[in-house]
Design a protein around this ligand. Structure first.
Ligand SMILES: Nc1ncnc2c1ncn2[C@@H]1O[C@H](COP(=O)(O)OP(=O)(O)O)[C@@H](O)[C@H]1O
Ligand SMILES: O=P(O)(O)OC[C@H]1O[C@](O)(COP(=O)(O)O)[C@@H](O)[C@@H]1O
Length: 436
């Protein structure tokens, strides 16, 4: 159970430097333009009284502080992007640079190359010095202009790098692995008594970061996934007993599959890792699909890549360089089982299999994500300039928060099979709540 002290944010020291921020408008009378450290956001899922969220816990509110820990004129900042691609990485780099450069007047912002490898001189490409020209149009492109990577680097080496380069603040843009790395760096920095702020920006199309309502890139990925679902629907309904089978990313959490289902409204079966898949038996998936084909002659099925690990138990389990499990390929497996099952019962079937894979995460951010990335990046800069460290910018009930990284990596966020998102998916697809 979350305790109030868990949400306390670490600060490098007292904030004594007046902020040079010009917010572009005069504050309304009596309304300070700056956010105080005592401004809190209540942590509760208001729309779902059944949610076990703790009612009396508050997160510190993100936003510009009136007094800073760092003197902006002397700051050297650095940005690193890690893990899998995600729409909006370049937006975050651009907006963080612009905030640091123009609003705070920070003279030097470095872009570290290829993830945490960029902090290890033994393997690193030299950092890029960011300029207005360099970031000018990067938001129009997918991917990350800095490069990214998976795989560990020794924390002592990374902190040596930061100290020897005189870097005062490090923005780590990534998912839960990146945040674990950021936590190690921040803790090693504090152990050595250094004054380097480490602030995370929550990236992942999987949307599985705890205590963060939404990670950037997810909405764009859902947009792309929805296009594929609509295509699968067109294919399926144009064939006699057509099945459009779509596999989307999501190794532990089914947010993309669930949300793309709601966006498309054309899906009949949404399979996510949070709801165990049973293939056989009268109430299993295959028989339910057979009944649907007999009744309606077409179906759309979306399956998240992390589904059915138990079904594929015999398959070799691989991990990526960061130690994340790479699930055996559920897509072709499911296609074969559908074909075999229908053949067994003499039901003709025409399965069209779609694997959009990297297509949904390598595209530029949509408008919604672009605006979100801009806000996240600016909030990360505000937090770092105020000396906040070991913290990630979050969003909760529409308000930007500062979430201590140890809390954010204490677990992974999942689709709640009893929650409103999954209930909406069930209502939209008409599928049973579980497979038995
Ligand atoms: N427990 C950990 N401690 C330190 N670094 C980690 C840890 N887990 C992952 N990392 C590093 O963070 C980076 C990104 O992690 P990864 O899991 O690949 O992507 P993501 O951040 O998107 O989850 C990699 O360089 C990885 O080695
Ligand atoms: O092929 P890669 O680069 O390992 O990426 C695959 C993984 O990346 C993701 O898209 C996102 O993962 P991260 O954001 O944690 O990097 C997962 O859904 C997927 O399993």
């Amino acid at each position: 159970m979350l305790q109030p002290q868990d949400t306390a944010v670490t600060t490098l020291g007292p904030c004594t430097i007046p902020s040079p921020l010009r917010l572009g408008r005069q504050p309304e009378a009596g309304v300070p333009p700056f956010v105080s450290d005592t401004a809190r956001v209540r942590f509760r899922v208001e729309c779902d009284p059944a949610c076990p969220a703790e009612p009396d816990v508050f997160f510190e509110k993100a936003g510009p502080r009136e007094r800073l820990f760092f003197d902006p004129r002397r700051v050297r900042a650095a940005i690193v992007t890690c893990g899998g691609l995600c729409p909006g990485l370049n937006n975050v780099i651009r907006s963080a640079f612009l905030e640091l450069h123009y609003n705070y007047g920070v003279p030097e912002v470095l872009g570290l190359r290829y993830g945490y490898a960029g902090l290890n001189p033994a393997v690193a490409e030299p950092p890029l010095r960011l300029t207005p020209e360099l970031v000018d149009t990067i938001h129009e492109e997918g991917g990350t202009v800095l490069g990214t990577s998976r795989g560990p680097q020794p924390v002592e080496v990374m902190v040596d790098f930061l100290a020897s380069r005189g870097i005062d603040l490090l923005l780590c843009v990534g998912g839960d692995g990146t945040l674990r790395g950021a936590r190690s760096i921040a803790e090693e920095v504090l152990r050595r008594g250094l004054k380097i702020a480490v602030v995370g920006v929550p990236k992942t199309i999987d949307n599985d970061v705890m205590y963060v309502e939404r990670t950037f890139g997810m909405q764009t990925a859902v947009d792309k996934a929805r296009e594929v679902l609509d295509a699968a629907h067109n294919e399926a309904k144009s064939a006699y007993n057509g099945v459009g089978l779509v596999k989307v990313m999501g190794r532990d959490a089914g947010f993309i599959a669930a949300m793309a289902t709601l966006a498309s409204q054309e899906v009949n079966f949404t399979l996510i890792p949070e709801v165990p898949l049973v293939l056989d038996g009268p109430r299993g998936f295959l028989e339910t699909l057979r009944r649907r084909l007999i009744a309606r002659h077409h179906a759309v099925v979306v399956v998240a890549e992390g589904v059915g690990r138990e079904l594929l138990a015999g398959e070799p389990v691989e991990t990526d360089a960061s130690g994340n499990p790479k699930p055996p390929d559920i897509g072709p497996f499911l296609k074969n089982r559908i074909v075999q099952h229908m053949r067994k019962y003499g039901v003709p079937v025409d399965v069209k299999y779609f694997d959009p894979s990297y297509l949904i995460r390598s595209v530029p951010a949509n408008s919604d994500d672009a605006i979100f990335c801009d806000a996240l990046a600016r909030h990360a800069v505000h937090a770092a300039m105020a000396g906040k460290t070991n913290v990630v910018v979050g969003l909760w009930n529409g308000v930007f928060t500062l979430v201590p990284i140890p809390l954010a990596v204490s677990g992974k966020k999942h689709v709640d099979p009893a929650g409103p998102l999954w209930k909406s998916v069930l209502a939209c697809t008409g599928q049973p709540p579980g497979w038995t």
